[in-house]
Design a protein around this ligand. Structure first.
Ligand SMILES: [Ca+2]
Length: 167
């Protein structure tokens, strides 16, 4: 899949280069086109909602993470993680998204025990790991409307009250 996407990116560049007018021999002009063909994952929202549970002593929250690819190339497979602390420790959920087309989004949901105290959740699209410091998806290098890896994380404060989760 990754090879196919890279090939598509390359073909897109070739097509653009062929379509460029005479000033294409100016390298800075061409560079403006080259940086434009990338996926750009962004965590658009982290939503919280109370869930009715048979035991009021153990309330639950329904967490929904919305990830959008605001780039102009599809993104290959990547993980999305949700953590119950702002520093990224702990794990509420880890989802695998096999592909996300350009301009499309995916909603990922999980039911979790409501934290007993106020905290800040953090959701990460395409988190890095030891072998991949920038995750699995080659994203835009940043600049312009795209923010590369910088917009792959979103914090959401939780009040500590599952009935009214937003502070
Ligand atoms: Ca991104």
């Amino acid at each position: 899949m990754r090879k196919v996407l890279l090939m598509a990116q390359l073909l897109g560049l070739v097509a653009l280069a062929a379509a460029l007018p005479a000033q294409a021999d100016d390298p800075s002009f061409l560079h403006g086109y080259m940086v434009a063909l990338y996926p750009d994952l962004v965590v658009e929202a982290v939503q919280m909602a109370p869930v009715a549970t048979p035991d009021p002593a153990h309330p639950c929250l329904r967490m929904t993470v919305i990830v959008r690819n605001q780039g102009n190339m599809p993104a290959g497979g990547f993980f999305v993680t949700l953590h119950p602390h702002a520093d990224g420790t702990g794990l509420c959920a880890r989802w695998w998204v096999p592909e996300l087309g350009a301009g499309t989004k995916v909603q990922l949901a999980v039911k979790i025990p409501a934290p007993a105290e106020a905290t800040t959740f953090v959701a990460v699209a395409d988190p890095p790991d030891a072998a991949r410091p920038n995750g699995r998806v080659l994203e835009s290098p940043g600049g312009g409307l795209m923010a590369g890896e910088a917009n792959n994380t979103r914090l959401q404060a939780y009040s500590g009250d599952p009935a009214h989760p937003y502070p």
